[in-house]
Ligand binder design. Sequence first.
Ligand code: MG
Length: 159
Amino acid sequence: MDIRIGHGFDVHALADGLRLVLCGVEIPHTKGCVAHSDGDVAIHAICDSLLGALALGDIGKLFPDSDPKYKGIDSMKLLQVVIDIVRSKGYKISNVDCTIAMQRPKLRPHIDTMRERLSVTLGIDVDRVSVKATTTEHLGFEGREEGVSATAVTLLVRD
Ligand code: MG
């Protein structure tokens, strides 16, 4: 059995009046992520973890932000493309673990919906999809509510 691990990390700035979309779920808030796409920082980290496991570069290489066709795109669609690539290489996703760091709002009420959305696109059981949220205790850009960061780790297996 061939086992691959991948890590992803992403950051987006926050600005007033934009939509906040995390793991495909729109979160009611006064600020949202500044981005060429819908700014789903968590999905971007997950995409990079999948690509990283197979040493295929990153989503910036796959979906350049200079390309107008990705303007405002639903990041779940980008994730689907990445998953198709992973499958085409013969790998299955074993599990995904993602952590989102932002000071406000509280993400806990949305976590299970995020996990369910991701599990549908990832094609794995929800108990293999972990989404966690943390504040940074008011420290750094996340703590000052200037931005959001997300990390993700993915395990892929090929029989
Ligand atoms: Mg991004």
